[in-house]
Design a protein around this ligand. Sequence first.
Ligand code: NAD
Ligand code: DAU
Length: 360
Amino acid sequence: MRTYLVTGGAGFIGSNYIHYMFKKYGDEIRIINLDALTYAGNLENLKEVEGRENYTFIRGDICDKDTVSSIFAQYDIDRVVHFAAESHVDRSIRNPEVFVQTNVLGTAVMLNCAKQAWELPDGSFQEGKRFLHVSTDEVYGSLEEEGEYFYETTPYDPHSPYSASKAGSDMLVKAYMDTYKFPANITNCSNNYGPYQFPEKLIPLIINNALQGKKLPVYGDGKNVRDWLYVEDHAKAIDMVQEKGRLFETYNVGGHNEKQNIEIVNIIIETLQEMLPESDPRKQLVSKELITYVEDRKGHDRRYAIAPDKIREEIGWEPETMFKEGIRLTIQWFFEHEDWMRSVTSGDYQKYYEEMYNTK
Ligand code: NAD
Ligand code: DAU
């Protein structure tokens, strides 16, 4: 039975990945989920799997060497899938240090503990061990022109403290591969959306606010472009890279689904209006009049767009969920999980929201 160590598995993409893996492999795999349960981690995301015998949750910090090395000592880990990170750009602008701590130092600890566990006396590595570092397209910086794309060969040019810290973590993975021939891959993915996404990010924030008739904050002129991918397609790409990817390679993951932020907000409002029944009082609240242009994000990257040619040609991965379908699935999920939204937006979220959007 192959054993996976997933870091950050209680967050948005990590929990979707765990669900995807159990759906695909059932009892053929074991998953150990190491997560510190920061504000972004939520065990509710994993309720359906918590009773499985082949699933173990460990609350711990990836920066803590003793915790991480004891996991490698206790379990014969075959695969690491490293999601754990501070992930929100706006928070990184307000409080950069924790991004360096978790994203850079935490990745260094993960790499070093995996290396120690997997390395043989001659400096080579045990057969079949693989480390996948989950990274972002933001490390490539910002595109201006239509028709330009991020390739795996695009030079790094991060701008926010978040993307700089992710770039730092990618560089450490590259250094381990170059120096030790450490068996790893990096994936750089575009913006994800789907179930369990924390409502500090654009899509769940807009859905949540619109359903309550609250203002829909759009930064700057609303014309910044992101390349949106349904989260399950990302989970599938990660699995395929670990199964079929060439070691030491980077793969860009994205689906040529570029949209301006204002388009996204309009699509959400229109889809909510279509999906809500006449009898639902929230239907009267959802309106384009809620759109409010607010101060721009500092250093706001203009456009991201992934060229997914390499992963398509070498591995055969392609996104399966078109945006029209993905956004309906996402909204349906939020309709069915009102309690989840209520619980994650209580307490600290209110404070964050008031400070971030000056609504005090
Ligand atoms: P998230 O913020 O939803 O989840 C992060 C998880 O990591 C949480 O469960 C949190 O508790 C955990 N965590 C944070 N610090 C930790 C620490 N020190 N030790 C252990 N666990 C810790 O993030 P996400 O959106 O699911 O992103 C996951 C990964 O994917 C990140 O590495 C991010 O950079 C990358 N990524 C995200 C996107 C996106 O659109 N969300 C796109 C591309 C890449
Ligand atoms: O590109 C991949 C990255 O996508 C990931 O690496 C990050 O972890 C993830 O958070 C995401 O970063 P973005 O900054 O692109 O996502 P966010 O949802 O925060 O913002 C998307 C766009 O919407 C961005 O241009 C800023 C804008 N925005 C965001 C919020 C929260 C608004 O206009 N209003 C808002 O209230």
